[in-house]
Design a protein around this ligand. Structure first.
Ligand code: GDP
Ligand code: MG
Length: 166
């Protein structure tokens, strides 16, 4: 089995956007994984020869002709499954919204796993936003990295980091 990394975090921080950018795919693949109760969004990626599997959490994908609809799942149930399935976790947060109580709760929950954790501060849509966006997330006690899934900021560094975590 490939080293597996899961994207976790509260809704709307950009997990699915990041997933699709990292995998360079237009839409998430669905894949039945053994031992879990529902389809997870799962795909394989690589960076400089390192192969890994990436799991997106937080939504069921309903297949239809040309669109998919996401439904909000239970965030902690998703995090529990991610801890079970993944070797390393990426906690995605929203650098524009700042640190929220739910971010802190999810961070506390996944910290118990003792797995490698990266805090990925998304929606940092330019380098000038980096310092103010990052400052408050350091208190979570994990490595933090800024990125913009939508504008592409720092995505190359993220690819390298994900390969290192794998
Ligand atoms: P998820 O619920 O965590 O999977 O979040 P989504 O990937 O569905 O994204 C939620 C919203 O945030 C969407 O409207 C995205 O277009 C937007 N979004 C995602 N990444 C970025 C980003 O880097 N910058 C900005 N400004 N918006 C983003
Ligand atoms: Mg999503």
């Amino acid at each position: 089995m490939l080293p597996t990394i899961a994207l976790v975090g509260r809704p709307n921080v950009g997990k699915s956007t990041l997933f699709n950018r990292l995998l360079r795919k237009k839409r998430a693949l669905t894949h039945d994984m053994p031992g879990i109760t529902r389809d997870r969004i799962y795909a394989e990626g690589h960076f400089e020869g390192v192969q890994y599997a990436l799991i997106d959490t937080g939504g069921l994908v309903m297949e239809s002709d040309n669109d998919s609809e996401e439904f909000q799942g239970d965030i902690f149930e998703q995090a529990r499954e991610a801890i079970e399935e993944a070797h390393a976790l990426i906690l995605v947060v929203d650098g524009r919204a700042g640190l929220t109580p739910l971010d802190e709760q999810v961070a506390a929950y996944i910290r118990q796993s003792n797995k490698p954790i990266l805090v990925l501060v998304n929606k940092v849509d330019g380098s000038e936003l980096e310092a103010p966006a990052l400052s408050e997330f350091h208190c979570l006690g994990f490595e933090v990295m800024p990125v913009s899934a939508e504008h592409g900021y720092n995505l190359m560094a993220l690819r390298e980091k994900v390969a290192q975590m794998a």
